[in-house]
Ligand binder design. Structure first.
Ligand code: UT7
Length: 392
């Protein structure tokens, strides 16, 4: 039971939040861009619309909004975060990590922060990693985000991919506690021999950006859809079974199955192979398309909002994607729902904290410049202190 105490730590989800851009692109609107139809997209994928980031809207913006919503539910002071992981294949920059931008904007001054790239499995990979660190007593509070602006790497002239993807972010706050339950087990896997099936060919060290890579459209997603489809239907069921085995549980114990939202046909085939009835499978693909690492946390948030999660429920999340990678996790939901509204005092505190974080960031940038000037005045090129005409 969720409130039973153990002698070691478990990682529990205590906060969740999501953010999607306001702009919605419907299937109908896509027909103006490529040779497709609403009927084909709905029948072959189950997607009706997706959210697309506006100019200036980035993976870090969306991550921040989702993170702030998750911290609100957890009623947690951002400065108590120990770890921030952003799972993404569309970071703001190759470096610095998007997680560091989020850490700065949140004013999470004691948090370690890094990005994790495992394609659409990235969120479950990150959740598993964070949960293990919490269970090992390394950290107490972790923020795990899955966030993407796939529209930025989508080839809007390629009908076989552009109808599939969308933008968004989902986040959870994980907290260590002696109460049993929470993240029970995880399975992570990879098969790099399938790396070329879903790839962003250029922009890395293999093919740095050149005029040629741009004109060859190598900075956009390239996918061999049917092969990924076949891999997905097999691996979701396999990984989910493994994760249940590891936790000593059976498919019949699963209350809610939250798979990666890539294609309704994949979700249904995987559910059939696993033997989970339709009413226990969550899908919101229709309204978001495939948001890669963001799809599972967004689905989890909506499942909670729609009252599909109750205390002591067993939830299985399973993802697959570029790499090729796959990941599944079994979660015993330990929080009574709905959660009470956050305390007004803490909400005001967080509001002030985020404003202070902005000021802190500005001040630290300014101080770095002042420091550089002072260094030039006080030290020579070798870093030795200048002393009235002689070095020490
Ligand atoms: O997050 C992980 C990443 N990716 C995935 O999970 C994707 C997995 N794969 C899929 O979901 C499916 O393979 C797709 C949705 C990408 C494609 O569906 P499909 O049923 O495998 O279609 P297909 O590639 O076999 O293409 C069937 C036909 C082709 O025409 P012909 O050659 O039969 O005349 C395509 O050219 O459909 C055509 N087609 C389209 N027609 C209208 C492909 N895309 C479109 C389109 N609109 N957007």
């Amino acid at each position: 039971m969720a409130n039973r105490q153990d002698s070691h730590h478990h990682a529990h989800i205590v906060g969740w939040g999501m953010a999607v851009p306001d702009h919605v692109l419907t299937n109908g609107e896509l027909t103006a861009l490529v040779d497709t139809s609403d009927e084909w997209i709905r029948q072959r994928t189950g997607i009706a619309e997706r959210h697309i980031a506006a100019e200036g809207e980035t993976t870090s913006n969306l991550s921040l909004r989702a993170a702030q919503a998750a911290l609100e539910v957890a009623d947690l002071d951002p400065s108590h975060l120990d770890l921030i992981i952003v799972a993404t294949v569309t970071p703001d920059h190759i470096f610095p990590a998007t997680a560091c931008l989020v850490q700065d904007a949140l004013g999470a001054k004691k948090a370690a922060a890094f990005d994790l790239s495992a394609g659409c499995s990235g969120f479950v990979y990150s959740l598993s990693l964070a949960a293990d660190l919490l269970a090992a007593d390394r950290y107490r509070n972790a923020l795990v985000i899955g966030a993407e602006t796939l529209s930025r790497i989508t080839d809007w002239t390629d009908r076989s991919t552009c109808v599939l993807f969308g933008d968004g972010a989902g986040a959870v706050v994980l907290q260590a506690s002696y109460a049993s339950g929470g993240i029970l087990s995880s399975v992570l896997g990879a098969d790099g021999s399938g790396g070329d099936l879903l790839i962003l060919p250029a922009g890395g060290s293999a093919h740095p950006a050149t005029a040629e890579t741009v004109s060859n459209r190598q900075h956009f997603i390239q996918m061999q859809g049917q092969q990924v489809f076949r891999f997905a239907t097999r691996i979701i069921a396999e990984a989910s079974r493994q994760v249940l085995d590891q936790a000593g549980l059976k498919v019949e114990d699963v209350s809610l199955f939250v798979p990666h939202q890539a294609n309704d046909r994949i979700i249904q085939a995987a559910a059939r192979a696993l033997g989970v009835s339709e009413d226990r499978v969550f899908s919101n693909l229709e309204h978001y398309g495939n948001t890669s690492a963001a799809s599972i946390p967004i689905a989890l948030c909506e499942a909670i909002e729609q009252g599909k999660v109750k205390r002591d429920d067993l939830i299985v999340c399973a993802g697959f994607g570029a790499g090729l990678t796959w990941a599944a996790t079994a979660i015993r939901w330990s929080l009574p729902l709905p959660v009470p509204a956050p305390s007004r005092r803490m909400t005001v505190w967080r509001w002030l904290h985020y404003r202070w974080a902005r000021y802190r960031s500005w001040w630290r940038r300014l101080w770095r410049k002042i420091d550089a000037h002072l260094f030039q005045i006080l030290y020579d090129q070798d870093g030795r202190r200048k002393r009235r005409g002689r070095d020490v």
